[in-house]
Design a protein around this ligand. Structure first.
Ligand code: UN1
Length: 513
């Protein structure tokens, strides 16, 4: 029997013992193998999902492409109204969906709710945006001519998302794509398929209530093989993929091979620089939440602390003693700080990272280890660990999706710290803790952080949806969520109109017949 109100949450979200519904669930295109979803919280089987075959995928695409023809001619503010209703339904289901996220993925209940809140926020953002899909007007160099640009709906958007944000990343993409007039086909992580079914069920109600074609929101379930069919498909002009750099490189090459567009949000190796002018209390909160929140499985998780030598021991002692307060256990119990890793494979990666850092000459400051016994039966609960290391260590250069924090010492000025911060292949999130304006501004300047996200006096994780989210270098360069990220979901057109009776050519070219 599933506790913590999970049974009721599953019922509310329409999750059954065996779940079908690759399309919105009104009809059902899943005829493949059964995929089982186990909770990392207690190791219990939550539900089964029918996966999608290549033939199912074809039916999904038929439904999606037909829906696009209808959806693209619906005025954008009316599409915004659909997204507004979706946001309303998310508000009603926040508790149930947040719980399912926590139970299927393993993040804390608060973070589960927080993720649903991000979905609600992006819906609100998208509703406003649905009246602001602005293009520019320009002055033509020719008399009696007018120039402007406009944005048209793009088509079918393929979304590949990761287990760590099993619902929010989908919503960041869909809320924008829908107001832009696109339809979406989603391949959620095979580690969190029930979250996918739940989201799909919520949107299916909105679609049905508005008498719209169900292909506006489609779901395909399964492993990389079904994702591969989608990334190869010419009918999908945009693939938005979130996950590892390894996966992103494959997706990028396949999509580029057919000259499609990819929006990539891949690995991070995020650091906080702690300068002699840092507020130590704020640093500790930011660093500890950044390193152990979501059990170190955010792509924005803090992996490296770059501390000035003059305050190194002070900061180290404060962080190590904060780690002693951490309670590890069932994430649905709100008194716990740290929940489980997603699965045993992740536990293995965590072990390997700790072994490697020692082998390379690092020093363990807070011991790791797997917890066993009552409450830890899933075998996925690990102790957040801290190691003193060097930035050049191979393992420090690598993103390990686990609560392992590396302490790095710098001497000299903030310029030296920035060199260490930038001295990795990834470029997602970064932060500096300082009350020194010169240091802060230098960090944000062109010679400062090379990441897509650079913060002052807050940590690396927990970005708001209003900004564009993503990063540089091996993080893939894509931007999702706020600001003008919507533009990638539309095709852009430049228009020149001649309202005279002659045909002057641009650049003054004469061509008389
Ligand atoms: C991710 O880890 O894939 O900034 C996204 C954050 C969240 C999003 C993280 N808003 O931590």
């Amino acid at each position: 029997e599933l506790g913590f109100g999970i049974k009721e949450a599953l019922e509310q979200l329409g999750i059954k013992e065996i779940n079908e519904g690759t399309s919105t669930g009104i009809n059902n295109f899943s005829s493949g193998d059964i995929l089982e979803s186990y909770s990392p919280v207690d190791g219990q089987l939550i539900g089964k999902i029918k996966t999608s075959t290549a033939a199912d995928y074809e039916k999904v695409m038929e439904s999606a492409t037909a829906a696009f023809k209808q959806f693209r001619v619906m005025p954008a503010p009316q599409r915004g109204e659909i997204v507004r209703q979706f946001g309303e339904k998310l508000r009603k289901n926040k508790e149930a969906l947040g719980k399912l996220v926590s139970y299927e993925m393993g993040k804390s209940l608060q973070e589960g709710y927080g993720e649903v809140q991000e979905m609600i926020d992006i819906c609100d953002f998208a509703v406003g945006l649905s009246r602001q899909l602005h293009g520019l007007t320009m002055h033509s160099e020719r008399p009696g001519h007018r120039m402007y640009e406009q944005y048209h709906s793009l088509g079918v958007v393929g979304i590949i998302s990761a287990f760590n944000f099993p619902v929010a990343v989908w919503a960041w993409n869909t809320a924008l794509a829908w107001i832009c007039g696109d339809v979406c086909v989603w391949k959620p992580s095979e580690k969190t398929p029930l979250c996918g079914i739940a989201c799909q069920n919520i949107m299916a109600e909105v679609i049905k209530e508005n008498n719209l074609p169900e292909g506006i929101s489609c779901l395909i379930n399964g492993d990389y093989r079904i994702g591969e069919i989608m990334t190869n498909d010419k009918r999908v002009p945009l693939i938005s993929a979130t996950g590892s750099t390894r996966m992103g490189k494959i997706v990028a090459q396949v999509v580029a091979g057919r000259l499609g567009t990819s929006l990539l949000e891949l690995g991070g190796n995020n650091a906080i620089i702690v300068t002699p002018d840092a507020d130590i209390k704020m640093t500790v909160i930011g660093a500890v939440f950044g390193a152990v929140g979501t059990a170190g499985q955010r792509c924005t998780s803090t992996r490296r602390l770059i501390i000035h030598e003059s305050i190194y021991d002070k900061v180290k002692d404060a962080i190590v003693s904060a780690y002693k307060q951490l309670r590890i256990g069932n994430p649905l119990d709100e008194t716990n700080h740290v929940g489980p890793l997603i699965d045993k494979h992740a536990v293995e990666m965590y072990h390997q990272a700790l072994e490697k850092v020692v082998a390379e000459g690092g020093k363990i400051l807070v011991e790791g280890g797997v917890l066993s016994g009552e409450g830890y039966e899933s075998g996925c609960y690990v102790k957040p660990a801290i190691a003193e290391a060097e930035n050049i260590f191979e393992i420090v250069q690598h993103e390990t999706f686990a609560p392992v924090l590396y302490l790095l010492k710098y001497s000299g000025t903030v310029v030296d710290a920035i060199a260490i911060q930038n001295g990795v292949a990834q470029g997602l999130s970064s932060a500096i803790m300082t009350n020194n304006l010169r240091e802060a501004e230098l960090f944000l300047s062109v010679t400062g952080s090379d990441c897509g996200i650079a913060n002052v006096n807050i940590g690396t994780s927990g970005a708001e949806i209003g900004g564009a989210f993503g990063g540089e270098k091996e993080t893939g360069g894509g931007r999702e969520s706020g600001s003008d990220a919507w533009k990638v979901y539309m095709r852009r057109q430049t228009n020149t109109i001649n309202y005279t009776t002659s045909l002057p050519l641009a650049q003054g070219i004469k061509f008389d017949l």
